[in-house]
Design a protein around this ligand. Structure first.
Ligand SMILES: N[C@@H](CCC(=O)N[C@@H](CS)C(=O)NCC(=O)O)C(=O)O
Length: 214
């Protein structure tokens, strides 16, 4: 069994993507809490020894440090034969939506939520701009899910795991109550939460939390 170490902080949806994927695949990991709020990922020492990109999460497989959730999810999906689609078209769709999620949904939602909940005096103009972008991406996802159970089709894939991550934190943090605003997204989140072994973010990612301002 591969020994995994996950460098994370509890509020990190990107870390949740990997923690959830490993858990759904029946794998254990050693959690390595990281002082993101204290700025450790900005230090030259951390970047030299853990991740030159200055980002969390980092997944260690023995002595190898892997970064960027999309290729890591693809690697785990191949390794465990789970959530990877069943044919060439589905694999293409998985890549297409993973790229979209990384550039758009996860990226803007993470930044919006961080400013909304974990920043003392966010600039209202910046918040307004970020929310305008997030609203559009959520509309795209809502439309997609209105006609099918999961993002690629009728079965869950790593795209669902990637996209659900930032939408799974408490309403007070994200500012979105999907049960009220996005019924198809809400139903999809509930379908994913019913997968055997599924766990909520703060159940998988324990430890000291960031200061909340929302
Ligand atoms: N595309 C990256 C995004 C990782 C990311 O942005 N992580 C956040 C924390 S959840 C981070 O470390 N941000 C630091 C920064 O943007 O400077 C991935 O999928 O792993």
């Amino acid at each position: 069994m591969t020994h995994y170490r996950l460098h994370y902080f509890p509020e990190s949806g990107n870390s949740y993507k990997l923690a959830l994927m490993l858990t759904l695949c029946g794998q254990k990991f050693e959690p390595v809490w990281t002082d993101f709020g204290g700025g450790i990922t900005r230090t030259p020492e951390w970047r030299a020894s853990v991740n030159p990109m200055g980002e969390i999460p980092v997944l260690e497989e023995y002595d190898r440090k892997l970064t960027q959730t999309a290729p890591i999810l693809l690697r785990l999906s191949q390794r465990y034969g789970r959530f990877g689609g069943t044919n060439e078209d589905e694999r293409y769709e998985i890549l297409r939506w993973l790229f979209w999620d990384n550039q758009k949904l996860s990226s803007f939602m993470a930044t919006y939520r961080y400013m909304h909940a974990f920043t003392p005096s966010p600039d209202p103009a910046v918040l307004k701009f970020l929310k305008w972008r997030v609203d559009d991406f959520l509309r795209i996802l809502e439309t997609r899910l209105a006609g099918q159970k999961f993002v690629i089709g009728e079965e869950p894939t790593i795209v669902d795991i990637s996209m659900m991550a930032y939408l799974s934190f408490p309403v007070v943090e994200s500012g979105y109550d999907f049960a009220l605003s996005h019924p198809a997204i809400d139903a999809w989140l509930k379908r994913l939460a019913a997968l055997p072994g599924w766990k909520a973010p703060y159940d998988l990612l324990p430890g000291k939390r960031l200061q909340m301002y929302a």
